[in-house]
Design a binder for this molecule. Structure first.
Ligand SMILES: [Zn+2]
Length: 291
């Protein structure tokens, strides 16, 4: 299974909207067979196997094996969970590590996967954004703030390059970000924006001589050829409207159309929000009607 196929499986994405890869080392751990024979990383001092249930900083003993990032109740520091780089699935070792060790493992994975340069670039962008926000706000931004502003910046770059499939993917990451922050109202609006973009069939401009380029008759949005509805997006919208911020279907439609109007004009999309919505309903993909 290829790398993009794995990502597609993970994200449930259509082929016209391949995920912007490289940002999440954890996802790349699934692609074990692609690895070259570079040297494996060994257990280092302080690292503990998950089943040992021990804090890598202070040795605090947990009742249960660790399974994800958490703070130690004793020394209060963050414990990270990683998989050590391996060539053979049998050598796969999951470890509880310190923040510094987690970074080293991420770097080792990136080198193994050939995404090291990308990782370094991301780290640099992160630091740059941190400094710039700190300067304008007069206080240190949170990691979440930095991530949010990086997403905004990234989306703008995709728009400038006519990379509308990637623009759509970044919009999705913004919706997910808002969901994690429990900003459910904004998250719902952003998921509806993704749906609206998808119904318009977003495309990416190709790159020629280092420049993003559209063919003479090529359109950036192609609702006839490229429109799609991603089940994962619908699932999330349903969860939001049914559980997180109870919203009836009529209200969701109004939200879609009101929100969509601005996007329609700003991005000069081929389908108006009303038309996009009726295509969506006509395709019988609408979740409503059952209530
Ligand atoms: Zn501890």
């Amino acid at each position: 299974m290829g790398f993009f196929q794995v990502l597609k499986q993970l994200f449930g994405l259509n082929k016209s909207a391949v995920a912007n890869d490289g940002s999440n080392i954890k996802q790349q751990q699934f692609v074990g067979t692609r690895f070259t024979n570079s040297k494996e990383m060994d257990m280092q001092e302080g690292m503990t196997k998950l089943e040992e249930s021990t804090c890598p900083y202070c040795g605090f003993q947990f009742d249960k094996p660790l399974s994800r990032k958490r703070a130690c109740p004793d020394c209060k520091r963050n414990i990270y969970v990683r998989t050590l780089p391996f060539d053979n699935e049998l050598d796969k070792t999951r470890v509880a590590v310190t923040e510094e060790q987690a970074e080293n493992i991420d770097i080792a994975w990136a080198k193994k996967n050939g995404t090291y340069e990308e990782l370094i670039k991301e780290k640099k962008n992160f630091e740059k954004m941190k400094k710039s926000l700190e300067k304008s706000w007069g206080k240190e931004p949170s990691t979440s703030d930095i991530e949010w502003h990086l997403l905004i910046e990234e989306r703008l770059e995709h728009a400038n390059n006519n990379q509308w499939g990637l623009y759509r993917n970044t919009t999705l990451r913004m919706a997910e970000h808002l969901y994690r922050l429990e900003s459910y109202d904004l998250s719902l609006r952003t998921y509806l924006e993704v749906l609206y973009l998808d119904l318009n069939g977003p495309k990416n401009a190709g790159k020629i001589n280092g420049q993003y380029h559209l063919g003479k008759h090529e359109k950036v949005f192609d609702p006839q050829g490229f429109a799609f509805v991603a089940p994962g997006i619908i699932k999330r919208i349903v969860l939001l409207k049914n559980k997180r911020i109870p919203t009836n279907d009529k209200q969701v439609k109004t939200l879609f159309i009101e929100n969509g109007e601005q996007i329609y004009h700003a991005l000069q999309l081929p389908l108006s929000p009303s038309l996009a919505w009726s295509n969506f309903e006509a395709d019988n993909l609408f979740w409503g009607n059952q209530s």
